[in-house]
Design a protein around this ligand. Sequence first.
Ligand code: ADP
Ligand code: MG
Length: 783
Amino acid sequence: SQQTDTSKEKLSVELKEKQELVQASDSLKEMKSFREKLPAFKMKSEFLKAVQENQVLVVSGETGCGKTTQLPQFILEEEISCLRGADCNIICTQPRRVSAISVATRISSERGESIGETIGYQIRLESKRSADTRLLFCTTGVLLRQLVQDPDLKGVSHLLVDEIHERGMNEDFLIIILRDLLPRRPDLRLILMSATINADLFSKYFANAPTIHIPGFTYPVSEYFLEDVLEKTRYSIKSDFDNYEGNSRRRRKQQDSKKDPLTEICSHISLFQDIDVDTNYKDYSLGVRKSLEAWSGVQIDLGLVESTIEYICRNEGSGAILVFLTGWDEISKLLDKLKGNNLLGDPHKFLILPLHGSMPTVNQCEIFDRPPPNKRQACFFSTNIAESSITIDDVVYVIDCGKAKETSYDALNKLACLLPSWISKASAHQRRGRAGRVQPGVCYRLYPKLIHEAMPQYQLAEILRTPLQELCLHIKSLRLGTVGSFLEKALQPPDPLAVKNAIELLKTVGALDEHEELTPLGRHLCNIPLDPNIGKMLLMGSIFQCLNPALTIAAALAYRNPFVLPINRKEEADAAKQSFAGDSCSDHIALLKAFEGWKDAKRSGNEKQFCWDNFLSPVTLRLIDDMRMQFLNLLSDIGFVDKSRGPNAYNQYSHDLEMVCAILCAGLYPNVVQCKRRGKRTAFYTKEVGKVDIHPASVNAGVHLFPLPYIVYSEKVKTTSIYIRDSTNISDYALLLFGGNLVPSKSGEGIDMLEGYLHFSASKSVIDLIRKLRGELDKLLNR
Ligand code: ADP
Ligand code: MG
């Protein structure tokens, strides 16, 4: 070990010399002066001192002040110049993949290196790092997985957890583990980084750890609400005047009559959509709340967004515009819409850049490395990713729709929803702040002032509003004790009913045994960073030689559906999807066939036309294709697939649709509904919530009679009623062999039930045979 000590010393000296050389070089002069202007720079010595003296430190500061890019770098530089470079191993977690890559790349260029040398990143299944890497950016999920192998984080010298104010599930989970870990690792330094909201909460959680605030200068940002925006755009844009005129006349009349807030909200609601809002609520606050709820269902008026952008371009100065929308679908709809706009559709005058979490990394460079803004005004269409993880400096105008896609979980009905909902006041404030980075800015909020006043102060922590099965599986694989008692230590513990549901589901899937311990199958599923149901579908696909369909369907379920929903051509789109489905009564088969068709079309150079004709998104299809490869690598890593056997192995039954449907059943169980004849129609029943409807976008929406008695589905969503999305009609045999556990019924021998779904009566010999088959299957899954 003496020898390693000397070689370490040598390395530390080398690192120091190299750093000094680079820092003195001219090529980095500009970078250096940029860095020195950031607010974080002024706090450098105070920060380093606090890191040295405290095991835990909380740092807060306005977005853009230099927390993410500077603080880990300060530590790195300090360690290297104090000749501790060889032992220095800094990890900084990011909630999103995009920011992990973008930040690591940025710091590399600030240091005049290429990515993967001293600075690296690792996200799910993609990494750029080497033996020289001393500062690694990874997603929080990646660090959580590392903890399985390395529960004490041996060798990590500093850990920075970023964006904790967002209260993401992974971050909330990680800090429980870290709080327990710190006493075992007295030399480990933990730094929590947050936007200016709520830093005290975290300090308290870590026994009143010291906090440092980085004061940052931002310019004032004036704000307008819907009321003002309508006035403005109405006067400046003639063509849209007609659309609003009728509405605004009505609005003016209401305004004159009485200025009470509820009437005011209602008048705004009726501006865009015909929603019945009862203005005669006796309970006034209930009335306001109901109105808010009604507004939640209102889609963002992209026409108004367009008018507002146009208004800015015509009447305000230059300066980039940042538009907050809820998701990729809206972003792409707006992109399409603007193509037809005389002013905004002209790429010589106007540059549009979309910005969202699942964007390919190449596009991200465009965000920062834009050519000088000669005569083109830049406009970013972003999800809430630009709220705090990514800073675009030259933004002067923010257009905020006031919504974000948020998951919510209804534990009572076991319903998970991902729907646009109102953001919190804290988020609205963040969004507004994006406009004042380089000069005074303007924020246009496309919702009434009253809605803003009714917004919650902070967003609910993710752990309180999502299903917990992946988290529970993780807790088990990290051997953190019983799930319930572990989660009680959280900053805000989740609903015990949600915990109970998650455990039950994991038992049904076969990942946990009756004592809540991981089964071998559960252990495999821990190694697949996906929803356990999707993971199981992949395993079944490889066991039953249906690998290609399983990969495609799992990738689409884990990512998104490639079918786009055009607003005006719904019938044509439905017909295209239906022709892929054939007579399978399955959205999943439609998806599979569409993907296969796209593959063929791509090979013959016909991709664009094929996607256009069939209402498919080429971007999504390409991402699904990438994801399939990643899943295949995962299956090979855990030993379920031997890649050396070539691409056609494991696919003997891939064209047998009955088999594919059985695999779907195995993966999607317990998402089952029973089809019951009601006269000429069919009604659908689930165990939990009773009657449900098939989503109108499904190929099964118009079907009156189904050939087979059951349907499995990917998710239930609650909007106007409870809908099941993406569904597949399956036989009772598929359910009997692949779905859940067999439970003997009370009524006597020879009859078995499947946990309340299937009542199956057969002779003892048939049941014995089924038991035997299922036993063999369990062995394969649990090997
Ligand atoms: P914080 O984490 O406090 O929000 P960052 O450290 O991410 O701040 O960013 C500090 C500054 O560095 C930002 O104002 C931005 O101008 C700049 N910056 C960050 N990332 C990049 C990048 N990829 N390319 C160019 N500039 C960047
Ligand atoms: Mg940051």
